[in-house]
Design a binder for this molecule. Sequence first.
Ligand SMILES: Cc1cc2nc3c(=O)[nH]c(=O)nc-3n(C[C@H](O)[C@H](O)[C@H](O)COP(=O)(O)OP(=O)(O)OC[C@H]3O[C@@H](n4cnc5c(N)ncnc54)[C@H](O)[C@@H]3O)c2cc1C
Length: 410
Amino acid sequence: MSSLDRVFVVGAGPVGAVMALALSRRNIPVTLIESEKEPIEDQRAATVHPPTVEMLAELGLEEEAFSDEPSGGLQSPIFHYRNRIDNELVAVFDVNVLKGEVAYPFVLQWEQYKLVRAALKKMEGDPNAEVRFSTRLTDLKQTEDEVQLTVTNAAGESEILRGRYVIGTDGFRSSVRRLADIELEGFTWPERFIKIGTTFDYLDTDRGYCTRNYFSDPDEWLNLFQVKGNGGKGIWRGIFPVPADEPDESAMSVEGVQRRLQNLYPKSGDYDIAYHALYQVHQRVAATYNKGRVFLAGDSAHVNNPIGGMGMNGGIHDAVNLAEKLADVWFKRADDNVFDRYSRQRRKAQIDFVQAQSIANKKSLEEKDPAIRRKNLDNLRRMSEDINLHKQFIYRSSLFDSLRMANEVE
Ligand SMILES: Cc1cc2nc3c(=O)[nH]c(=O)nc-3n(C[C@H](O)[C@H](O)[C@H](O)COP(=O)(O)OP(=O)(O)OC[C@H]3O[C@@H](n4cnc5c(N)ncnc54)[C@H](O)[C@@H]3O)c2cc1C
């Protein structure tokens, strides 16, 4: 086999790990390179929507995803919308209304690092799959026939790797995107988001929360979700806005973190904090997802605010779409103009659905005008109480609609 009979995937986050697994499963030799020395314990994404669960199951990850061990996901069909001002339960949505219509009628709360570990393990021993940690892409060139990657390898030396295609799954600050000179168009929100993980179990309170809760509040909206963490009662993650004029140090301080949790649910004694992190939040989409032999997928191609849990899901949908098209070209079932279609389809899913929905979600939770707030909340309640509207809402928020509409794009 020529060294050119290989695809390189740069970045072993959830999208890169799934991308490499999807290619190796289709008998395409793949090398996944990652700059870190081991998979990182990234606590960002956890919400895996039903169509994504289906894709992961098709890649052979069903057992790992549904394991009862802490390494598996938490099945979470129900979510609440609440008015944080008075804890009014505005709407209860249940993905299980799609039972019989979709393969997995629930969301899986599965931390992204657990998904990465499961996907990497699946590739162990697969002759098509090679994974190289401590390997950082530093330069990239392409000719008509090949791509040439310059990397700094585990020994700290510069090395040239040659292959047929390269896929940048190297996140928001993507080197692949920069080296291929592709614009990431959009904007950055002035506020940041803080994520705080605590071992305190909100199901033990009298608030009536479920495992996934969205809170509308003109002063401080909130998302509060449970994940399995390292077992036991798991970890609850709150995502809160941090106003533009609040310094990082204040938000990240012990007092700042405790204050946010005590304001949510006052209790005696400090909260036990498992982790906390501050994020800049963007709404940006790459001008194209393909340029010759170079492709983008996941956060290298698009970023959005995390309300609704769509960034990683959309990235995995990119990976599965691209793997199918690459296999068709690789095995000469299609010519390479299908790659333009990859970009058209996945940019549509991103722009018309993920960007539009995540911006609408944020605006709705943070709305300050009392009349508009009330209208939004009443609208959510109305949708939750009518079975047809309820289903429509789930098909849209779970990204089924985005997949269907994108796949219709020629
Ligand atoms: C607070 C928060 C909560 C979120 N929750 C959700 C959620 O519930 N559901 C959801 O769908 N999304 C969620 N997201 C978004 C989600 O985290 C991202 O969309 C997802 O991590 C993107 O995955 P990725 O594999 O594309 O990129 P990344 O996870 O960023 O991985 C990129 C990898 O590339 C490596 N890399 C970078 N540069 C190089 C280089 N030059 N050479 C080699 N390797 C390199 C990095 O080390 C990293 O491992 C959330 C985001 C935030 C901030």
